[in-house]
Design a protein around this ligand. Structure first.
Ligand SMILES: Cc1cc2nc3c(=O)[nH]c(=O)nc-3n(C[C@H](O)[C@H](O)[C@H](O)COP(=O)(O)OP(=O)(O)OC[C@H]3O[C@@H](n4cnc5c(N)ncnc54)[C@H](O)[C@@H]3O)c2cc1C
Length: 504
């Protein structure tokens, strides 16, 4: 800590990215202040309670638990966190398949369902399986995914060039090359009934976690990770102030001096790490005209992933027929309409996720009840007209959102007959909720855009360092794509940001 600083580092935001960074720095003896605008830590990984139900503000489960465990261990967490595998089904008028089966099993069942496409299916699986070893643990050897230190595994021969090439190839082109059938193109090229849009390398990562290494639910849900990290931080002498929004990051002669909180208190530090997203940081928190134009242009113009509407339901399970649900997560589409635009709130023609949340952990619902979550992608701009200010809405908004939620429930009846009548509790989140309660720019869910061609305009794979030498980013927006999935990418970037400071 320099003579003029109050802290070695200030971390803005106590989501999993900020908490990981703060706890790692504190574990290595650094004097750290964690500032969180909400009254609690955890950010999106928080669970809220309604009438005895515990519902997630964000993650339902996540990939790469080994990465999460090894980061926790490095910071000093004891062993003993258990995980349960989550399974996933796609159910549309054209296809009903449990997609989290091992790849060879999936390959055989698709060959049976699509006998005219066997050679394309075989070639596709062989190609994807060839790429998976490169994408699987790329952060352990590929220099673009590390800020400091030596790689922990050797670079596979030709690996860097091969992976770069797969980054540039579009999954859509591969799907069109291999399959004539659009259902198959969408399923194998996007794990969905929607058309592919990601890169081939990202697609390989998605199949790796979906079918091979798995997507997992930690005992106690993601709040368990928050409490482990926050306890470690406290035990190592870290200081936390919740309900303390940062209003500005102070800049002087091209360096960061510290922050100003909402009550205009100035706190000085050698380093600032922001868990707030870069669009917010560089448009609201920092007033500086010294930023490179190319950097500002990329941050301003490259989009984030869109938002969603989420309907949380407490139900009486004796009234619902769950027999079509062959996995606790179902991506469901009731009807298919080819080549026609669908009105935004007509859920019959949209794929959405249905999760039997209490199946993942019975403690998420009171005795004798079940919890069901419906998540449908939704563009922020569709709801913006209702917002009149922070947490303020035009009159009629509550009724309007409940109306949309009821429409979604009615469509979900196709999968879960009896659902509508079984509801005892209902809560609805819209993109406005994710903006005003989640503090996410336009309510974005999952980091930068999935359109790989546009994300390539960002200045690197890791976006942890910034044009300011002592300002870093941590969390899902500190990577150009979620190469490990949401939760582990947030923690990995937080861990890397801490290493960068420790090595400086
Ligand atoms: C609805 C939804 C569903 C999701 N589902 C999944 C899933 O199933 N699996 C998965 O892996 N990931 C999922 N994600 C992504 C998930 O958000 C991440 O995996 C992870 O929780 C993000 O952590 P983070 O640290 O990047 O950010 P956040 O959790 O967003 O934390 C950022 C923190 O910074 C604070 N903050 C912001 N600005 C300021 C300021 N000015 N001053 C002080 N504090 C500030 C915020 O209040 C917040 O606490 C989902 C996200 C959402 C929104």
């Amino acid at each position: 800590m320099t003579a003029h600083s109050d802290f070695d580092a200030i971390v803005i935001g106590a989501g999993l990215g900020g908490l990981t960074c703060a706890a790692k720095l504190a574990s290595r003896g650094r004097h750290v202040l964690l500032l969180e605008r909400k009254p609690h830590t955890g950010g999106t990984s928080f669970h809220f309670f309604r009438q005895g139900f515990s519902f997630p503000m964000g993650p339902l489960s996540f990939s790469h638990p080994n990465v999460v465990l090894s980061i926790l261990k490095e910071i000093g967490a004891p062993d003993g966190l258990d995980f349960k595998r989550s399974h996933f089904q796609l159910l549309t008028p054209d296809l009903d398949i449990v997609m989290s089966k091992p790849l060879p099993e999936l390959e055989e069942s698709l060959c049976k369902k699509f006998p005219g496409e066997i050679s394309g299916i075989r070639e596709f699986f062989s190609r994807i399986k060839g790429i998976m070893p490169l994408t699987h643990e790329r952060h352990t050897w590929h220099p673009d995914y590390r800020l400091t230190g030596d790689p922990s595994s050797p670079v596979p021969e030709g690996g860097i060039r091969a992976l770069d090439e797969c980054d540039r190839i579009l999954a859509k082109d591969i799907a069109e090359d291999f399959f004539g059938d659009q259902t198959l193109r969408n399923f194998l090229g996007n794990q969905s009934s929607n058309a592919p849009r990601m890169s081939l390398s990202y697609l390989a990562s998605m199949w790796d976690v979906m079918s091979e290494t798995g997507i997992w639910y930690p005992e106690g849900g993601t709040p368990r990770l928050t409490s482990i990290l926050h306890n470690l931080f406290n035990n190592f002498g870290g200081e936390t102030q919740v309900a303390t929004p940062v209003d500005k990051i102070r800049v002087h002669k091209g360096r960061i001096e510290g922050v100003v909180t909402d009550d205009q208190k100035i706190i000085r530090s050698d380093w600032v790490v922001s868990n707030a997203d870069p669009k917010t940081v560089f448009s609201t928190l920092i007033s500086s005209d010294t930023l490179p134009e190319a950097f500002c242009h990329a941050v301003r113009t490259i989009p984030y992933t869109p938002s969603e509407m989420c309907v949380y339901l407490g139900v009486d399970p004796t009234q619902v027929d769950f027999s079509r649900m062959r996995a606790p997560h179902v991506f469901y589409r009731k009807k298919i309409q080819v080549n026609a635009s669908v009105p935004p709130f007509d859920f019959d023609y949209r794929e959405f996720e249905v999760c039997l949340w209490s199946k993942k952990d019975p403690q998420n619902a009171p005795d004798g009840k079940a919890a069901v979550i419906l998540r449908s992608g939704m563009a922020y701009d569709l709801v913006d007209e209702w917002r009149t200010g922070h947490r303020q809405r035009k009159s009629g908004y509550k009724e309007w959102k409940l109306d949309q939620a009821r429409r979604l429930v009615r469509t979900a009846e196709g999968l879960l007959p009896g659902l509508e009548k079984s509801i005892t509790t209902i809560e609805v989140a819209t993109p406005l909720t994710y903006r005003d309660w989640g503090y996410r720019y336009k309510g974005s869910l999952a980091g930068w855009t999935w359109q790989s061609a546009r994300a390539q305009g960002l200045p690197g794979k890791l976006l942890i360092t910034t044009p300011f030498p002592n300002l870093l980013l941590a969390g899902i927006f500190a990577a150009s794509e979620l190469f490990l999935g949401g939760v582990p990418t947030a923690m990995y970037t937080g861990s890397q940001a801490a290493d960068f400071i420790l090595d400086s």
